[in-house]
Design a binder for this molecule. Structure first.
Ligand SMILES: Cc1cc2nc3c(=O)[nH]c(=O)nc-3n(C[C@H](O)[C@H](O)[C@H](O)COP(=O)(O)OP(=O)(O)OC[C@H]3O[C@@H](n4cnc5c(N)ncnc54)[C@H](O)[C@@H]3O)c2cc1C
Length: 407
């Protein structure tokens, strides 16, 4: 069949799953959709903060990637180790894969080893084993200084360290040892969730202050002393900890950094509306993409953006294959939950492409928002009927609460 196209989706995380499913839904079976990932299991990362305080088991967060993808999508389980956009080729495992269109959704790698002392001293709640290990350790903790630290910028999910601090506080209260613990958050950022604006920062600091959690911004971490149990910051300040939960350093996947698609830092610059790279038939979405907002700050790395960008790119590729002007454009709408403990959460949404600054509402809080995230988890991990019921309920909720965008 001469007109048959192959669309290669690199990465079966949030962006890759959304893109591949949207393509399969809209393209005829003449066209091949191929997803390449080194892991066969997909992890639902928003629930890591629940795993780390015992509200979930690891199995509830993981699912065979094939079961999240529509029938008719080919899955290649292999590590991508070379990307050659000049020749429309990718090397994955022992195979050379050719494409007509490529969607790069390889995310951001975690690099705990890049922060001296991290591996020895910190609980890494950014991955499955680390979050599960944190819960085990928290149950044996008898009291002292709890530090939640952002090791370096950039990092994915700007809300996660703040959620972690509030959920640990909740867990210590449930264990009745809260009065024997001090909880502090240290970060190189000037405020929480900087890109979402000052009101957001004030609101999140306020949520933590109401729970007696200290907040220490503008503190780049130099190294961790695992023996002396000290955080050592670039300005020479030292802080003792008895229990350390830390966001690890992030880095672009090496295969991306070494490709002609990357900028100096190793991320992939794209047009913020079309997600196109400097190669016409190559798109990049999600954490691996570099988008600069009108105020000069980078679009945060979060699943909400990877999701919407995946939908946009799929729509554009479908139009391109149909020979019509591609219509899909991403408008910068995003949303996020901020779990705060006691079965409550904040929820914020807004337009990140607004000018001159993103227009993001400060979080609305309550139990409903926590249940909203539970529903989203069901929607994401569920299948068939459950999935479509959850989607309808979420869209109805969006309308009632006037949240921009829908699923
Ligand atoms: C604790 C935590 C909580 C979070 N909570 C939220 C939240 O509430 N809301 C939100 O919006 N976001 C949240 N996020 C962020 C969200 O997980 C990411 O932003 C999102 O997953 C990015 O999607 P992606 O498709 O770009 O990358 P990913 O989902 O990371 O997928 C990348 C995929 O590429 C694969 N891969 C990488 N390199 C290679 C290679 N060389 N060869 C083959 N495969 C490779 C990986 O195995 C992975 O499956 C959270 C993250 C964490 C860690």
């Amino acid at each position: 069949m001469t007109n048959s196209k192959t669309i290669l989706v690199l990465g079966g995380g949030v962006g890759g799953v959304v893109t591949a499913n949207a393509l399969r839904d809209r393209l005829s079976s003449d066209h091949r959709v191929v997803v390449v990932d080194k892991r066969s299991e997909h992890i639902f990362t928003p629930s890591l903060v629940w795993l780390m305080v015992g509200w979930r088991e690891s199995e509830q967060l993981t699912k065979d990637l094939r079961r999240l993808l529509r029938p008719g999508i080919d899955v290649v389980k292999a590590e991508v180790y070379a990307i050659d956009p000049d020749r429309n080729k990718v090397l994955a495992g022992g195979e050379e894969l050719n494409y007509d269109y490529m969607v790069l959704a390889l995310g951001a790698d975690l690099a705990p080893e890049a922060m001296p002392g991290y591996v020895e001293a910190a609980h890494n709640f950014y991955d499955l084993e680390g979050a599960a290990g944190l819960w085990l350790a928290l149950q044996n903790f008898t009291g002292g200084s709890v530090a939640v630290v952002v090791s370096a910028m950039p990092y994915k999910c700007p809300a996660a360290p703040y959620e972690a601090a509030m959920l640990i506080e909740d867990a210590l209260r449930r264990r009745d040892i809260r009065d024997r613990c001090q909880i502090q958050v240290f970060t190189p950022e000037p405020q929480p969730m900087l890109v979402a604006g000052m009101d957001m920062g004030v609101a999140v600091v306020g949520m933590m202050a109401a729970k007696g959690i200290g907040y220490h911004p503008n503190l780049p971490l130099d190294h961790i002393d695992p023996v002396g149990k000290k955080l050592v910051f670039s300005n020479g300040r030292k802080e003792h900890f008895d229990f350390l939960a830390a966001v690890p350093p992030h880095r672009p996947p090496p295969v991306v950094k070494e490709s002609p698609l990357a900028n100096e830092a190793g991320w992939v610059p794209v047009d913020k509306h079309t997600l196109q790279t400097r190669f016409e038939n190559v798109y990049a979405i999600g954490d691996v993409a570099a988008i600069t907002l009108s105020n000069g700050l980078p679009l945060p790395k979060a699943g909400t953006f990877a999701n919407a960008e995946g939908e946009t790119v799929a729509a554009r590729i479908v139009d391109e294959i149909a020979g019509v002007e591609p219509r899909g454009e991403y408008d910068g709408v995003g949303y996020c939950w901020i779990e705060s403990g006691s079965g409550s959460a904040g929820f914020a949404s807004g337009h990140f492409y607004a000018e001159p600054d993103p227009d993001v509402s400060p979080p609305r809080s309550g139990r409903w928002w926590h249940w909203g995230k539970v529903m989203f988890e069901t929607y994401w991990m569920g299948e068939g009927f459950r999935r479509s019921v959850a989607r309808s309920a979420l869209n109805l909720g969006s309308k009632i609460f006037n949240i921009p965008g829908s699923l």
